[in-house]
Design a protein around this ligand. Sequence first.
Ligand code: HEC
Ligand code: HEC
Length: 203
Amino acid sequence: MRTSELRTILLAASFAVFATAAGAAPPAYIQSCADCHGNNGISADGKFPTIAGMSAFYLEGQIEAYQKGQRPCPKTSDPVKKAETDMCDIAKKLTPDQVKETAEFFAAQKFVAAQQPVDATLAAKGKSIHDAHCEICHSDGGSQAIDDAGILAGQWKPYLVTTLAEYHDGKRIEPEKMKPQTKALSADDIKALAEFYAGEESK
Ligand code: HEC
Ligand code: HEC
């Protein structure tokens, strides 16, 4: 068994104990994420990525990247609180323990693919780019949380386009070996990849 697989199982088990001991409702600092990311991290709005079911390791890394300003933090409006904020501000309010607990909470939720139309011709082009350059790390069409690389299959297209453009422009921190792959993508390639991932169900 891979270490990351074991880690996922252990985290899921420890969360189950926490949930039973503390009752069903997560703490307020976790509940507030639902304003934008949806119930249990399943987003109903293409502006906000679904964060349910990604590995705790990946989620923790991203929250820390926002805390350190290593990811762009576009201003975003909280549809519930009706206030302007951004992910860096939100992440900076969490203590290290809260970051861990938040990551474990969302990792224990089930990823549900976003409902969105898919252009089959573009998706086929995206699949050939993915198979040649991305599948090696984002296995099974980018659907496997144990790759510790997010979940691409079934993610919202607007988010995928934004974040791939950030990688392409060198604005979001990324693994050294992924850099040449995202650098080489044209705007059309990015659109095609987003169509491909949108059409892939999370497995
Ligand atoms: C006001 C809306 C809003 C709230 C509230 C919010 N987020 Fe976000 N979140 C966003 C947006 C917008 C993005 C995409 C930003 C970008 O392009 O990097 C994002 C991105 C993320 C990502 C990156 C996802 C990925 O696939 O890499 C994580 C992780 C995340 N948020 C976690 C959280 C957590 C945990 C909370 C609660 C503590 C939270 N967010 C609260 C708007 C919000
Ligand atoms: C060498 C391995 C590797 C290759 C090749 C690679 N990636 Fe990644 N990718 C990763 C890792 C690891 C992460 C998580 C980065 C982090 O923790 O910040 C990631 C993150 C991502 C994310 C962010 C997911 C999210 O939820 O925000 C996207 C999108 C992505 N990769 C797309 C691609 C595409 C498209 C390609 C091919 C053109 C590609 N990657 C090639 C390893 C790779």
